[in-house]
Design a binder for this molecule. Structure first.
Ligand code: AMP
Ligand code: MG
Length: 488
């Protein structure tokens, strides 16, 4: 049904442009939708009235039982390499693109539902989602946003009133998600595999117009698009590394063309710094381990490049050298972003690559709590090294590095006190710690939503130390072998 006074009005640019890349579809009915969380700030940014969204008509849109005005809900088609294995037909198995809206800053944003029932892409899946994983996506996405990292964001999570069968019956839920688009590397792989040259051309033009409009001016727009996506992903993954984020399932269908983080499944933040960290229950080989993320991104971008070859040159063979050069530039671009990020985290205004790299090596050896170590450095800059040294075993080795770093800080034009303040603006106090996330989700599933809302509040202001929140800044004392699960 289409509600008369819809609280949301949507456009359908994707649907108009890209016939062949979706199937029109309806969400499954939700017996008794109830809002668990609504993102007031994001609603405001989208120009929506949060109070209207809380009314039954609003909840109906957010849970998928009412179609907003102007909307043509579709299940999007995409392919993807999952852990290196190609699946020609993935697609939105349990999700729908409702349409797009223009936010208060004039940017076009997708409104999308996840957990809204089986679609033609569902394969063996039930098309459903459960409350815990949808709340995880909400809180981790908000944390990433607050950390200044490009990401899709949750507008709302509503329970459906339905029981979903997993290892045991769980509460069904729908996530309403906002993204600058849902175009993925896998969308291009799908379009390329159809062999329909016109479809791939339309997709390329749509992606350029939507995300990288400067590429349209280039001599070879598709090559410029590839370059823009390589750059956006290099910047993104560097930001993940800066905060200790492990995505966990960097399949090509989970990598956006916009450069936003998408699909928070088996993701988590590092406690101890260790490049080999894996949280996902299914990532046995460590393909998507923390330290492998740059290589995984570059591998995905090579798949993106392959899908674009016919758009770069009429003879795809002729496009290979230029495309390969662009994909190879990932390493240099990533290195530049990562180095800039580390310099900022260390309060360094000049170029001190060696010093930064030495620290990374030292951290891999000493494995201190990643977040606390970097936050503690501002105290060290102000003269108290104990917050940092208390996190490591080999205090002498770290102390020796701290002395060299202090010398660098003191040799800068910027006063050390100002550098320490600047560091506190980039090194968070609060991240969504795994044990807090688990506790908040467990409580929510048991009916107590307060710890979840509290955690969202904590991670939404990550840089500002607030009295009473000390526990959220601490590492998990039992933090070994944390496991997260995807597709749940
Ligand atoms: P993900 O691992 O969440 O990125 O999902 C990979 C693919 O599996 C996508 O095509 C999803 O739409 C699909 N999928 C995941 N869970 C389900 C489910 N419960 N029902 C149907 N499709 C699903
Ligand atoms: Mg996915």
């Amino acid at each position: 049904m289409t509600v008369a006074a819809s609280p949301v009005t949507l456009d359908d640019w994707f649907v108009r442009d890209l016939g062949g890349l979706y199937q029109p579809w309806q969400a499954a009915p939700a017996p008794s939708p109830e809002l668990v969380a609504l993102n007031d700030e994001l609603a405001g940014e989208l120009g929506l009235d949060a109070e209207d969204l809380r009314k039954p008509e609003g909840v109906a849109v957010l849970a998928g039982t009412a179609v907003p005005a102007g909307a043509t809900p579709v299940a999007m088609a995409y392919a993807g390499h999952q852990f290196g294995n190609y699946s020609p037909r993935l697609g939105d198995g349990r999700a729908l693109l409702l349409g797009e809206l223009t936010d208060t800053a004039g940017r076009r944003r997708d409104l999308h539902l996840k957990g809204s029932g089986r679609t033609p892409f569902a394969r063996g899946g039930d098309g459903l989602a459960t409350l815990g994983p949808m709340l995880r996506e909400y809180v981790v996405g908000e944390a990433m946003h607050a950390l200044g990292i490009p990401t899709t964001r949750a507008l709302a999570v509503a329970t459906t009133g339905e029981r979903v069968m997993r290892e045991r019956p769980l509460l069904g839920a729908v996530l309403a998600r906002v993204a600058s688009s849902h175009l993925r590397v896998g969308t291009f792989q799908y379009a390329a595999a159809t062999g329909d040259a016109d479809l791939l051309r339309r997709l390329t033009e749509h992606a350029i117009a939507r995300h990288h409009p400067q590429a349209a001016e280039a001599e070879k727009p598709a090559l410029a698009l590839l370059e823009a996506v390589v750059e956006a992903q290099a910047a993104l993954v560097a930001q993940w590394m800066d905060v200790g984020f492990v995505h966990g399932v960097m399949n090509t269908d989970n990598m956006t063309i916009s450069g936003e983080t998408i699909d928070y499944g088996p993701c988590a933040f590092l406690d101890a710094y260790d490049p080999a960290t894996v949280f996902s229950s299914i990532d046995h080989g460590g393909r998507y381990a923390f330290g492998n993320q740059p290589q995984a991104a570059q591998w995905n971008l090579a798949r993106f490049a392959e899908s674009l070859l016919t758009q770069i040159e009429d003879d795809p063979e002729a496009a290979i050298p230029a495309a390969t050069d662009v994909v190879s530039s990932f390493a240099e671009r990533f290195g530049r972003h990562r180095s800039a990020g580390l310099h900022a985290k260390l309060g360094l205004t000049g170029e001190h690559r060696e010093l930064a790299e030495e620290l990374v090596t030292l951290m891999a050896d000493q494995k201190p709590d990643h977040t606390r170590f970097f936050r503690g450095l501002s105290a060290a800059a102000r003269g108290d090294t104990s917050p940092v040294l208390d996190l490591v075993v080999d205090r002498d080795a770290v102390d020796a590095w701290l002395s060299r770093w202090r010398t660098a800080l003191e040799s800068q034009e910027r006063p050390v006190a100002e550098s320490a303040d600047a560091m506190d603006r980039v090194n968070p106090v609060y991240i969504p710690r795994n044990h807090h996330v688990e506790a908040a989700l467990d409580a929510a599933v048991a009916g107590d939503h307060a710890p979840f809302h509290q955690l969202v509040d904590v991670v939404s202001r990550p840089y500002e130390e607030r009295p009473g929140l000390e526990d959220y800044a601490k590492g998990d004392p039992s933090a070994t072998g944390y496991t997260t699960y995807c597709g749940t």
